[in-house]
Design a protein around this ligand. Sequence first.
Ligand code: CA
Length: 444
Amino acid sequence: MSARHRQPAPNAQSRLRALIIALVAIFLITFFFLRGSGEGSGPEGTEAPVAGGTTTTLAPGVTATTVPGTGGTTVPGASTTAANLPELQELRLESLTGDVRQPTAITAPVGDDRLFVVERFGVILMLDANRELQETPFLDLTDRVLAGGIEQGMLGLAFHPDYANNGRFYIYYTDQGGRRQVSEFQVSVSDPNIASPDTERVLIELEQPPDATDIRHYAGQLAFGPEGYLWIAMGDGADSRDQGQDPNTMFGAISRIDVDGGDPYGIPPENPFVDGGGAGEVWAYGLRNPWRFSIDPVDGLIYIADVGHADQEEVNVLPIAEGGFNLGWSDVEGTRCFHVQDCDLANYTSPAITYTHEEGCSVTGGYVYRGAAIPELNGTYFYSDWCSQWIRSFKFAGGAVTEEQDWSEQLGELGQVNTFGIDSAGELYLGTHEGIVARLVADR
Ligand SMILES: [Ca+2]
């Protein structure tokens, strides 16, 4: 029994020894395994565990509490405000391409991350979601477009609000006979990056006004309003004294049609002259060459830039829920009587803002910024002068211009701004006569 008594002691000691050896072995194996694994990750970083069982490599000297990549990013779905972005340092124009021949329009369909750019000579180019210019044009209409002088050509493009489902879009161009055309086209059924000229359906075809003496003042902007109607800008045809003040013609006017409500189109029942007093299409008249208008759907305002003749450039800001405005030309230029001496300015709708030819020569209207990248600019309207090349902005609040600003010092000069544009996210672009398409970006 003594043996039985003695036996347990060595057994317990050997079990303890074995347990210690096993623990040491496990520790050593684990130590060397982890050390080898650490060397395998390379000298640039160490493995740091993160939630979810995955690891991320940190730069040397960076602690796990400051994981790179999270600073300044906005959480998808969260509302973007200036408060959750680093402080805005400076605005900058980021050039995307210099290879566009005289861009006249920049736009995108609703919810579509591509960007479409119109060349005056009759080609629609496309930039992909990464804003890289694609080699194959979306549409080539050069054999139908006459781009004489510097004002004829393909001048407007607007995608139907339901483009994602119906593939319809609208173009304003001067045809080989110098006529103004507003036509509907359709995207290819099989390729979303191509449209065929064969799909053209002409909505409007107008000869130049009989008293026009020059191939100028076509204007040509197209845009859909938030109410779903197509808005059309037409200039007066140059040296045409009668077109601007005549509400019975679409020349020298902003018009509005319903592309879904008739053949070839319908007259919106809300239009101001639907019961007489002017052409059913006309929404506002008294314009010379409304070179670029835009509609801000948030405030329900249309911004119409009108190029002056002798001394004054102007931007008009008007509520789209109203209509029938007489914007003055050619009785009035800007804020002064022009063809009618001692005119009563109270008979005309005054521009929101004017500048004289000491500061420029030809206004290029732009857009109200509503994008997410630069929330500090929310509600700011940008415009330019084709000759002086500056870029300015203002806000329109309570029926008045506020917060006027000149951005020339920050943005520099890329060239003569033919047109501004926005993408489906509301980010702002511009295109220069020299061929650059650039995006407004913020340095933070
Ligand atoms: Ca005017």
